[in-house]
Design a protein around this ligand. Sequence first.
Ligand SMILES: C[S@@+](CC[C@H](N)C(=O)[O-])C[C@H]1O[C@@H](n2cnc3c(N)ncnc32)[C@H](O)[C@@H]1O
Length: 206
Amino acid sequence: MRSKSSQRWLQRHVADPFVRRARAAGYRSRAAFKLLEIDARERLLRPGTRVVDLGAAPGGWSQIAAGRVAPGGIVVAVDLLEIAPISGVIVLRGDFCDAAVQAAIGSALGGHPADVVLSDLSPRLSGIASADQARAADLLRAAIGFCRRHLRPGGTLLAKVFQGEEFGGVRAALQAAFREVRTRKPAASRGESRETYLLARGLKGP
Ligand SMILES: C[S@@+](CC[C@H](N)C(=O)[O-])C[C@H]1O[C@@H](n2cnc3c(N)ncnc32)[C@H](O)[C@@H]1O
């Protein structure tokens, strides 16, 4: 039998207009609309852009990115979970922190650094808010480390973050690494959810 909270989640999910729109449009996740909205405003993804999508499963963001960067661009999608093939996307399975996975990402990019790193990374949630926020913050710090190795100077990181006691620290870490950091909360991100997105532009050189 389902718990009360998972019943509530299921009822909300079924009634959610973004879930219905995602299904109708053939997107694998309602999260696709978050990237669509941010990209419409910020124009991150253009033909020729090289993109790495960290924590990409089931693949909604990668579907959007693949449509935007063609022709000439590359989208590399990485996740601990399996991602079913997506047209125009190089799919890798593994932990993006692993050296071997990072080497595979580098090869998939053809030896060039990325122009844009997308991070919708989420840890497996325990339900204990402070522990979940700390793990999410660790993932974001790892994503910043990834950018130092695989994003070009001047490049952009769009990253999910969670409001809470870790927020100031991760924002400061982004500000240390990038010239400009702005908060973006797309309409598809549920109002009651603690998640928001930080858009960090202009990776500083070494
Ligand atoms: C919210 S989902 C991403 C949804 C995706 N943006 C979409 O539109 O379909 C977050 C993902 O982060 C992945 N993840 C968490 N830690 C990871 C890690 N260390 N390496 C790779 N993927 C990771 C999880 O497996 C999960 O699939």
